[in-house]
Design a protein. Sequence first.
Length: 239
Amino acid sequence: MFETNYVVNSEAIKHHLVSSEHIAPERITVIYNPINQARLDEGIAALLERERWGLADGDLVVGIVANIRPVKDYETFFKAAILVAERVPNAKFVVVGSRENDYWERLRSIAESPGLKNRLVMTGPVANPYPVIRLFDVGVLSSTSEGFSNSLVEYASAGIPAVATDVGGNREIVEDGKTGYLVPSRSPEILASKIVDLLLNADKRKEFGLKAREAAYSKFDQGRIIQQYEEYYKEKVIR
């Protein structure tokens, strides 16, 4: 009898299929999404002035690339941002992504609160986020659920340390205490404390960013991923 084999892009998804769908683990192969080198090269080449987004030279930028919808838990991000703003006077917050209108209406009061006045930049959807990501000092992901986050890979490949919730495949990208921090979901105080730690420690921020970039290219290099797919299909054809 023919058995379907699966290719998934994170160990977290594999675990879900094994535990919830009762698929034999040997039928599941994990091959990660690669770094989009073309988009990264375009982002490096792009000249994007900080002033375009109202960012001064001395500002420390906390950014998030995620569409504004419930699973991304922007309530937690905005609550954390208010706490960070209280401790880091030159912190600014940049949100890259499109809005889900009903959800945004629920968020509006906190996003427009005095604690974030003149501190929050909403770029809307951006076809290639790399030029904006390169302005970040810290990248954030506050999701309550994730499979494999391309945003975290993009932060890492740009040399930006991340603070992310410890859900789904995030720990396959962020190594806690080495390339960034992992925090519990729906915990704005903890999220804020880790962001502050990186903002106030430039040497640590640089060290984490360099290690994040090295890890990203070691694990998610486009050539490496293509080779894994080639090996996978060769094995299946030979069988």
